[in-house]
Design a protein around this ligand. Structure first.
Ligand code: DX5
Ligand code: ZN
Length: 237
């Protein structure tokens, strides 16, 4: 049965100009992006802390766009409870930090939020095997987490294709989100390999050489190229 996930664009808000946040969020709404991606880090799981809960709380009051939260923390359950009160639509937790992954995914689901599992580049897809029933999406890191502006790891395309095959083998109706150096040049191959949700940062939506509306239009064009290529790739269809 062919999947019916349209490819989504999720701008990575840690790459936004926080001084011009209102203007940028309005431009992203008008550009028709699908969700806003927020990277919540605790300076322990990864050595950085770009945005915090208060930013999400304040933004929540001003936009209807769904919030896609990517947790890179050690105490996932604490942040899940906080985010549930803020009102977010999807949360991914790293398998590498979630000691009780099944329980944490159930906590997210019981809060009325879509649960996802994030995997570092080197982490095997096998980490998903016994939680497939508990999750709606997998987030594949295509860079090592913690910073924007990095180069994609060499194994990225292969891991996305392997992930699509893995999900097909388990008949799991789960979307694949990719995060890290998702550039205009790389998007066609990422989509062709099976990516459904694109976290767009410094090398696409927030690319310095274009305005947000221009970059969003360009992203849709290269996604369309990738969907054409995907027709030639039986596994990714
Ligand atoms: C990194 C974050 C990404 C990052 C993407 O850990 O998860 O969302 O902001 O930025 P670029 O697209 O510049 O790699
Ligand atoms: Zn992220």
């Amino acid at each position: 049965m062919p999947r019916s996930f349209p490819v989504q664009i999720s701008p990575s808000m840690m790459c936004a100009n926080l001084w011009r946040l209102e203007e940028q969020v309005r431009q992203l709404e008008q550009a028709g992006v699908d969700t806003l991606h927020f990277d919540i880090m605790d300076a322990h799981f990864v050595p950085n802390m770009p945005v915090g809960l208060v930013m999400l709380e304040q933004l929540r009051a001003h936009t209807q766009l769904p919030f896609d939260v990517h947790l890179m923390v050690e105490n996932n359950d604490f942040f899940v409870q906080k985010l549930a009160t803020i009102g977010v639509q999807q949360i991914s937790v790293h398998a590498e930090s979630a000691v009780h992954l099944d329980r944490t995914l159930a906590l997210i689901r019981s809060s009325g939020i879509m649960p996802g599992v994030a995997l570092n580049p080197a982490t095997s897809l096998d980490a998903l095997t016994y939680v497939l029933e508990q999750m709606d999406f997998v987030l594949l890191m295509t860079v090592n987490p913690g910073f924007a502006g990095q180069q994609m790891v060499p194994s990225a395309y292969r891991k996305i294709a392997d992930c699509r095959a893995f999900l097909k083998q388990h008949a799991a109706h789960i979307s694949i989100e990719v995060d890290g150096n998702v550039s205009f040049e790389k998007i066609p191959r990422l989509v062709a390999a099976g990516a459904d949700i694109l976290v767009a940062g410094t090398s696409s939506i927030f690319h310095k050489d274009g305005t947000l509306p221009e970059n969003a239009r360009r992203a849709r064009q290269v996604i369309a190229e990738g969907l054409e290529m995907r027709k030639e790739m039986p596994l990714a269809r």
